[in-house]
Design a protein around this ligand. Structure first.
Ligand code: SF4
Length: 222
């Protein structure tokens, strides 16, 4: 039976079929979905992800090149003077906390991992300024490891609108998504939902009339 918009309570099997169809359509709609934070390596992506808290990717992409010119690697960043970092990243907001996270992260990577960004959830998520969400971004995009699903504001919002999760806590939403989608697609799924959330299912003004998920979405406004 083809997947369709759920009416009332949806069985697990029906929800999984709907999730598969959602994934298929989003892949077709956004074949170029990718991480929109510019980066050349794991170090740059880690810094950019720390900077992206409460800030747009476009602003981070404007600011980060100056940071990487001044501090091209963890060693350089670990020895940075906080005032200098603050000045460079000021326009991304929360610049004092972000400076603490950046320098703290760099020091921890130098001290604990000999200067190499670790490629494991356990080691990444305990670095200063890095939690599970940021660790998922690094693992999925810098190392090609699908350990979890990055749940940002778009992924959380769309998961609820599409009724793939009823939770509000990001880690619970992540668990719900991991149970519905194949592991090989977890990093991509996050990009697809973010692309959709930025281009079509825009907060407070979703373009349901032009949405490829309209017949699968319990929140469609027609
Ligand atoms: S149908 Fe509307 S609410 Fe549902 S995903 Fe599409 S744009 Fe968002």
């Amino acid at each position: 039976m083809p997947a369709s918009r759920p009416r009332g309570r949806e069985s697990k099997v029906a929800m999984q079929a709907r999730a598969r169809e959602i994934l298929k359509r989003l892949k077709k709609r956004y074949p170029d979905a990718h991480c929109e934070l510019d980066h050349r390596n794991a170090f740059e992506l880690l810094c950019a992800t720390i900077l992206s808290a409460q800030c747009t990717d476009a602003r981070v992409n404007l600011v980060a090149p100056a940071l990487f010119r001044r501090y091209p690697d963890v060693e350089a960043l670990s020895a940075a003077r906080p005032e200098e970092v603050e000045e460079i990243i000021r326009s991304t907001g929360f610049f004092r906390n972000k400076t603490k996270s950046l320098i703290g992260m760099a020091n921890a990577v130098v001290d604990r991992h000999g200067g190499d960004i670790p490629a494991s959830m356990e080691q990444l998520k305990v670095l200063p300024g890095v939690g599970r969400k940021t660790a998922n971004v690094i693992l999925g995009n810098a190392f090609g490891i699908n350990e979890g699903v990055t749940v940002d504001t778009h992924v959380g919002r769309l998961s609820r609108l599409l009724r793939l999760s009823r939770n509000t806590d990001p880690e619970r939403i992540e668990r719900d998504l991991m149970a519905l989608f194949p592991q090989r697609d977890w990093a991509l799924l996050s990009h697809l939902l973010i692309f959709h959330g930025r281009r079509t299912c825009i907060a407070r003004r979703p373009r349901c009339g032009e949405c490829v998920l309209v017949d699968l979405c319990p929140s469609a406004q027609l």
